[in-house]
Design a protein around this ligand. Structure first.
Ligand SMILES: NC(=O)c1ccc[n+]([C@@H]2O[C@H](COP(=O)([O-])OP(=O)(O)OC[C@H]3O[C@@H](n4cnc5c(N)ncnc54)[C@H](OP(=O)(O)O)[C@@H]3O)[C@@H](O)[C@H]2O)c1
Length: 236
């Protein structure tokens, strides 16, 4: 097994039907991982090494079924990727949009992670470590006009990541926050491959960061990865 191989690993990935999630599934299965992949619409999806499940991260019952499948497969890592974008002036934020964004980006991460923690604790009792990788955003620690709702959800994702890292140290859990800048996906109603996004990060760039975190040697913890396309203004 090469250092970069993920053979023998079992990884659960949310939001796996397109964009970054799909690229993560492709990158991990290509290196030998078995992937339990979830999204609300997985019709017609298949990839060698992956099994696709219908998953709505905002729904406890749906999350329970997904987590059950992941535990039965012997999951050792979770990638919380499912998320939605929403940008508007502050005064245009509606209750419905607030709930859609916060439920998907924040509650979703809480529910899926929470569902797997008992399993991660059992693994620790057997001397095995586990990993959680949260795809937040470069705007998990800075904001901008029109970004109140979305960035609030991503700041929350950063807080969830860091609190889990503190707690997880007690049960062999390494937690990583991946913070991409602009990525060419279907995000916020855009279409992957649009000409104006030619210089943006590719979904595979973010998948590479996930692979980097998951293949770190057992004595190393990748706390955070911040990556931008070079055409995006430098910001931390
Ligand atoms: N694109 C960017 O510039 C960018 C930058 C930084 C961070 N991000 C973050 O990267 C993550 C992935 O976004 P993306 O750019 O790849 O967007 P995308 O192309 O729109 O993909 C989003 C994925 O999330 C799934 N999803 C949405 N709501 C869900 C739910 N309730 N339950 C389960 N799955 C759900 C979607 O599938 P279904 O609709 O079938 O459920 C889809 O697979 C998000 O967390 C986003 O905030 C994106």
């Amino acid at each position: 097994m090469t250092h970069e191989s993920l053979a023998g690993r079992v990884v659960a990935v949310t939001g796996a039907s397109k964009g970054i999630g799909w690229a993560v599934v492709a990158a991990l299965t290509a290196r030998g991982a078995r992937v339990i992949a979830g999204a609300r619409d997985v019709r017609g999806l298949s990839l060698e090494g992956a099994e696709f499940h219908t998953l709505d991260v905002t729904d406890e019952t749906s999350v329970g079924a997904f987590a059950g499948a992941a535990v039965r497969a012997g999951v050792d890592a979770l990638v919380n990727n499912a998320g939605v974008g929403s940008f508007q002036p502050f005064e245009a934020i509606t209750v419905a949009e607030y709930r859609r964004v916060m439920d998907t980006n924040v509650l979703g991460t809480v529910l899926v992670t929470r569902a797997l923690i008992p399993h991660f604790r059992e693994r620790a009792a057997q001397g095995q470590g586990s990993q959680v990788v949260n795809i937040t955003s470069d705007v998990s620690a800075r904001t901008f006009a029109g970004g109140a709702l979305y960035t609030a959800s991503k700041y929350a994702g950063r807080a969830l990541t860091q609190a889990l890292a503190y707690e997880g140290q007690g049960y062999g859990l390494r937690v990583t926050e991946i913070r991409p800048g602009m990525v060419d996906t279907f995000f916020a109603g855009s279409v992957q491959g649009e000409a104006h996004k030619a210089g943006w990060l590719r979904p595979s760039d973010v998948a590479d960061a996930v692979r980097y975190a998951l293949t770190a040697p057992a004595h190393a913890r990748i706390d955070e990865v911040l990556l931008h396309p070079v055409e995006q203004e430098v910001a931390f």
